[in-house]
Write a protein that binds this ligand. Structure first.
Ligand code: SAM
Length: 316
């Protein structure tokens, strides 16, 4: 799909470029905030799986820049934003970047060090694996990322804090909901208007972090296992097969964002600029080290008949 064609078919892709966001995902976080007011009182925040950085941009524009530009600001006690991703990210004002794997325990240690003994008010996680199209597999890998996010939450989030995480809806959604409820009395699954209906993506909005009394983060996995696994239940809706009668779980599911606003599944005509032809804007920030870069280099080298140098080998 060409850029102009995508501009037409994906209104949020076009709007993101017009408003200077690095990715259309920015609108998802903004729409979640419209519904849940997630930035209220937030001074310290962790952005997990942050590249290319549109959520970090939202955090910078909503939290850091207003505090820095406030007339009484002395440039002290500004909001702290720490962003982590496997991929490097171009700089964003007010955002500390950590390149690392959120499933690695050392990453949590690096984040904690940045908070210097203080705790975060908000942790957001828009992590997604490379989607295979096999829903069960994608949902499973996605849930591992959420659990890695929850591990970091148990180390860095203050009591009363919020956790927002991307989920893939599937047969284990109910299990995930029950696991999150162990730590958060209020958990809502939200579908922002900018997230396509055709996508299984939604967001868990978890409020008022309250770990069980005496909870030790070392026990997280044992505790989560206690919730039980619905796998093996021959029912596509795990909740109806797993918990019955008065124990049946109903997951609060909410559409958010201006419901009369742009529909991400619709095409919109391209705007005419003073009678001239429509000019598609360049992406705000091209990826600085995309995973496909080496493959392109290899392809180019082979089309030019260049012998593959040692350091371009895919096996290296
Ligand atoms: N929120 C981002 C934004 O607004 O620009 C988009 C995030 S993108 C959908 C998903 C990101 O998850 C990718 O950048 C990917 O590198 C990252 N990711 C996937 N697995 C990860 C892991 N184990 N540790 C850290 N980042 C990971």
């Amino acid at each position: 799909m060409g850029r102009a064609s995508r501009d037409k078919r994906d209104i949020y892709y076009r709007k993101a470029k017009e408003e200077g966001w690095r990715a259309r995902s920015a609108f998802k976080l903004l729409q979640i905030d419209e519904e849940f007011d997630i930035f209220e009182g937030v001074k310290r925040v962790v952005d997990l799986c942050a590249a290319p950085g549109s959520w970090s941009q939202v955090l910078s524009r909503k939290l850091y820049l207003p505090a820095k530009l406030a007339p009484d600001s002395k440039g002290e006690n500004l909001p702290l934003i720490v962003a982590i991703d496997l991929q490097p990210m171009a700089p964003i004002e007010g955002v500390i970047q950590v390149q690392g794997d959120i499933t690695n325990a050392r990453t949590a240690e690096v984040v904690i060090r940045h908070f210097d003994g203080c705790k975060a008010d908000l942790v957001v996680c828009d992590g997604a694996p490379d989607v295979t199209g096999l829903h069960d597999m994608d949902e499973f890998v996605q849930s591992q990322l959420i659990l890695a996010g929850l591990t970091i939450v148990t180390h860095v989030l203050k009591e009363g804090g919020k956790f927002i995480a991307k989920i893939f809806r599937g047969k284990d959604t109910c299990l995930l909901y029950c696991q999150l409820k162990l730590f958060f009395p209020v958990v809502t699954f939200a579908k922002p208007k900018s997230s396509r209906n055709s996508s299984i993506e939604a967001f868990a909005v978890c409020e008022n972090y309250s770990p069980p009394e005496g909870f030790d983060p070392k026990d997280l996995h044992r505790l989560l296992e206690k919730v039980g696994s619905p796998s093996g239940v021959d029912d596509t809706d795990c909740c109806s097969g797993w918990l019955e009668g008065p124990n049946k779980v109903y997951i609060p599911f909410l559409a958010c964002g201006d419901l009369s606003g742009y529909d991400s599944d619709r095409s919109y005509p391209l705007p005419k600029v003073d009678g001239g032809t429509y000019q598609s804007l360049d992406p705000v920030q091209p990826p600085i080290a995309p995973p496909y870069k080496r493959a392109l280099e290899l392809k180019k080298a082979s089309s030019q008949g260049v012998r593959e140098p040692e350091n371009l080998s895919l096996d290296s």
